[in-house]
Each structure stands twice: as structure tokens, then as C-alpha cells.
Design a protein around this ligand. Structure first.
Ligand SMILES: NC(=O)c1ccc[n+]([C@@H]2O[C@H](COP(=O)([O-])OP(=O)(O)OC[C@H]3O[C@@H](n4cnc5c(N)ncnc54)[C@H](O)[C@@H]3O)[C@@H](O)[C@H]2O)c1
Length: 442
């Protein structure tokens, strides 16, 4: 990158505005990442403007009406009441703000390639209103190079110079929905800037709310750090999923083997199998890296293999469910199945990319009648059709030929479920400690 002569006056003024909390912060995209982020910043005294394309969401925020489980209802209402958080659909209002934080989706296309249109659209909007003295930080997960190769050319077309007139950084969000122990505040935050001044300003901004900020040498290094973290999870989950397939053939309980293995106090860490991987990170982010590596004529073998194994799990679950039904003399095509839990992981309400849906779709393809219950997901959509969670009544449990646990939620009394069910297939070890011949584990 071309070196620039820093205009100290611009940097010093912005840093001072940040340190004194006079700086106004725009959070673009008020979803699972953006809304908690807005609350964290407002709590320390920043005035936060949420820029959200969905008018219903913007409206709800302005009424102090929370829609994200990790956000405290009363806290949001209080911050809105005090005028510290407001939301708008009008992009031009970013002119008012000193710091612009981007929290929009970065999904995959059907061909498992990056779908960067949200980031590109937002960057184009920002470029229209960009003014000197603004910091732009991308929080969305993406492949190494996005900030510098995709965002910077769009922003630079404004005529303003990066690291001199405006500052550009990447700081990947690490939020773990439902995790009460590690929140935004006490989770280390990696920050990489496009140039030293951008890094300095971004580190200053994040240090206002986060205990440990970890600066890295570039935005690209920060981008790779995040996709590596999620690749690490995807690969290790694939490893225990593969072990599950082997244990099935060996007639061994994979959960027992893993619990025993994880008693080793060093050199190993816990990962658990399941019906596949879900959510906005693990099934997606590694493919961002895989795609970028291909540009360099490099094959990321671990990512490809992990994706293959993890995506094969729903098929295995359905095949094993069919075996369990067969043992009862019931054909899958004529069976009634109760799917218990569709969120992608325990105790949350997010069902995006949840493997439960692949299992569900396959069961229906084979002719099974499927009802679902999920305390946290009252309604959802399967292949374009609207579905509603049915109340978990005794009659519902008793009527099912098989209760298939696809997500484990603390609110469910699994002992009660097992006591009433004809058969239980537990893909999450939700029934750990319950002894019954009715239970088959993944
Ligand atoms: N959800 C997680 O647990 C998590 C964790 C770490 C990182 N991430 C990453 O953070 C990013 C955001 O994820 P999320 O789960 O918060 O997504 P989300 O879908 O919950 O929220 C995104 C929000 O952005 C809004 N939006 C889209 N385009 C917009 C535009 N042009 N202008 C204004 N608003 C716009 C959407 O309406 C939506 O409200 C993704 O890159 C994701 O990979 C997510």
C-alpha cells in the first residue's frame, strides 16, 4: 500500500472524540451481531445510530422493543428512552457519525461461493456520504482481502484517502449466541487496520468497551484469523462426526468414548458430534476461505473434507432413524415422527442453516409425517412452507413412533419425554444420564 503522510489533526480529533465518547457511532445492520453491539457501545455513553434496511426492525428498536435473545429487554428500552440508541432506514444519516460499523450478512451462494453483495451495497452507500474523519470497521465475517480489495476501491473512489482522510479496519465479531460466560466485553477482540493510522483509531475505539483488544498487522490478517477460528471448529466437529460413523459400525457409544477422551487434561479439547452443523458461521465461513484459496491455486483439503463429512450427517441420521423404526416394525414412509428442537444449537432461537431442516426434509421425502416442537422457535419455514411448533403435550409424545432430538434445550424435561415415548433417537446427548432401552444415541 502507498504510504501516506498522516494528517495528525484528523486522527487526533477523532481519537479525542472516541475517548470522550462524543463520537457518534453508526451500526449498520441491527441483527444478531449489530443490535448487541449497539447496546454495548451505548452502555458506555456513545450515542448510537442503528442503520437498518428493514423498517420493521428499525421501528421496533425506536420503540425499545427487543427482538434479539442475547439483548436484555429492559436495557435496550432504557437506552432508547435515554436517547442513546435510535434507528433509521435513511442511510444518508451516516454523515452524522464518526464511526461506522458494518454488521450485515455474509452468506454463501448455492454453489458455496461468497455472497458479498450486502457488504458491497453498504460500502457503496457509505462512499456516497463519506467525509473526512470517519472510521469504518467491518465486523461481518469474510475472506482475507475483502476490506482492502473489495471495500477500499469503492471508498477510495470518493477521492478521500484511506489512513489519512478516513480510516478503515476489520474487526471480526466473535459473539457466541447464548453464551453467558463470554460476552462481547470479556471476549478478546482482534483488530486489523488498512494502514497504521486506521489500526490506531480502531484499537482506540474497541478499547472503550472491550477488555482485551488484540491488534494484528493488517485487516487481511484479522479476516484470516476469524475464518481460521471457524474452520478449526468445522474440522474438529467433522472429526468427531466421522468417529460417530465409525462407532456406529463398531457398535460403540461415541459419547462414552469422547467423554473418556476429554478427561485427558492436555493435548485435547472437547468437540461433540451432531446431526450436522448450523448457524451463520461454521457451515459458511470455511467456504469463504476455501474460495479465496482457490484464487491462489491452493486447495484447502481439510475444509473440503470437513464440509463433506458434516453435510453427510443429516443423511446418516435419517438412515439410522429408519433402522430404529424398522426394529419396531414401522416403515419410515408410514411413521409419525416428533422432531424435538430445530434451532441450530442449544438454548437459542436462531434456526438459520440448522441441520434439523435437512433431516426434516429428508424424513418427509421418505413419506414420514413430521411434527416439530421447539420452545425457542415458535414458527419457521421448511422449503418455502410455513411451519408452527406444536405444544409438547403428553399426547403428542405418546402418538409419535419416534421422538428425534435434533437440538437439546434446557427447558425440555427429557426424562419425561423418554418415559412417554415409544422410542427416542438422541443426536445431541440430551438424554445423558437417563437410562432407558428406548433411547438410541447418534
Ligand atoms: N450470528 C452470529 O452468531 C455471528 C457471530 C459472529 C459473526 N457473525 C457475522 O456477523 C455478520 C452479521 O450476522 P448476523 O447474524 O448479525 O446477521 P443478521 O441477518 O442477524 O443481521 C443482519 C442485519 O443487516 C440488515 N441489513 C442487510 N443489508 C443491509 C443494508 N444494506 N443496510 C442496512 N441494514 C442491512 C438486515 O436487515 C439484518 O437486520 C455476518 O457476517 C456473520 O457471519 C455472526
Amino acid at each position: 500500500m502507498q504510504s501516506v503522510v498522516p494528517d495528525n489533526a484528523v486522527i487526533d480529533a477523532l481519537i479525542e472524540r472516541i475517548q470522550t465518547k462524543v463520537a457518534k457511532v453508526a451500526v449498520i445492520g441491527l441483527g444478531y451481531v449489530g443490535l448487541p453491539f449497539a447496546v454495548e457501545k451505548a452502555k458506555v455513553g456513545f450515542s448510537v445510530l442503528g442503520v437498518e434496511q428493514n423498517p420493521k426492525r428499525a421501528d421496533r428498536v425506536n420503540k425499545g422493543d427487543n427482538y434479539i435473545k442475547d439483548v436484555d429487554d429492559a436495557e435496550l428500552a432504557d437506552l432508547v428512552e435515554k436517547g442513546l440508541i435510535t434507528a433509521t432506514t435513511e442511510f444518508e444519516r451516516i454523515r452524522e457519525c464518526d464511526v461506522l460499523v458494518i454488521c450485515v450478512p455474509t452468506p454463501l451462494t448455492k454453489n458455496l461461493t461468497p455472497e458479498l453483495s450486502y457488504v458491497e451495497n453498504v460500502t457503496r452507500e457509505i462512499a456516497q456520504y463519506l467525509r473526512p474523519g470517519q472510521l469504518i470497521s467491518l465486523e461481518s465475517t469474510t475472506y482475507p482481502g475483502t476490506t482492502e480489495e473489495v471495500m477500499l476501491p469503492i471508498l477510495a473512489a470518493s477521492g478521500l484517502k484511506v489512513d489519512q482522510d478516513f480510516f478503515l479496519a476489520h474487526s471480526p465479531e466473535r459473539v457466541d449466541p447464548g453464551n453467558a460466560r463470554y460476552t462481547t466485553k470479556n471476549t478478546h477482540k482482534v483488530v486489523g487496520g488498512v494502514g497504521p493510522n486506521s489500526k490506531r483509531v480502531a484499537v482506540e475505539f474497541y478499547s472503550q468497551t472491550i477488555t482485551n483488544v488484540i491488534p494484528v498487522s493488517s485487516a487481511k490478517a484479522a479476516e484470516l484469523t476469524k475464518v481460521f477460528e471457524n474452520t478449526f471448529r468445522a474440522v474438529n466437529i467433522a472429526l468427531v462426526n466421522e468417529l460417530t460413523l465409525l462407532c456406529d459400525r463398531m457398535d460403540l457409544d461415541v459419547w462414552e468414548v469422547l467423554d473418556a477422551a476429554f478427561t485427558k487434561p492436555f493435548g485435547i479439547m472437547p468437540f461433540y458430534p451432531g446431526p450436522g452443523v448450523g448457524g451463520h458461521c461454521i457451515p459458511i465461513d470455511p467456504h469463504y476461505l476455501e474460495w479465496k484459496a482457490k484464487e491462489l491455486n491452493f486447495n484447502t483439503h481439510f475444509i473440503a473434507l470437513a464440509g463433506e463429512i458434516n453435510r453427510s450427517m443429516p443423511e446418516f441420521v435419517v438412515e439410522k432413524a429408519s433402522r430404529i423404526l424398522n426394529d419396531q416394525g414401522v416403515a419410515l414412509s408410514r411413521s409419525k415422527i416428533l422432531l424435538l428442537g430445530v434451532a441450530y444449537k442449544n438454548d437459542i432461537d436462531d434456526w438459520r442453516e440448522s441441520p434439523a431442516f435437512d433431516v426434516w426434509a429428508r424424513l418427509e421425502e421418505f413419506g414420514a409425517t413430521v411434527d416439530y416442537h421447539d420452545h425457542w422457535v415458535p414458527e419457521c419455514e421448511l422449503k418455502g412452507t410455513f411451519r408452527k411448533s406444536v405444544p409438547l403435550t403428553d399426547a403428542l409424545i405418546e402418538a409419535a413412533d419416534l421422538v428425534l432430538i435434533t437440538t437439546s434445550h434446557k427447558v425440555v424435561d427429557y426424562s419425561h419425554v423418554v418415559s412417554l415415548a415409544k422410542a427416542v433417537f438422541d443426536t445431541r446427548n440430551a438424554t445423558k444420564g437417563i437410562v432407558s432401552e428406548k433411547i438410541t444415541k447418534l
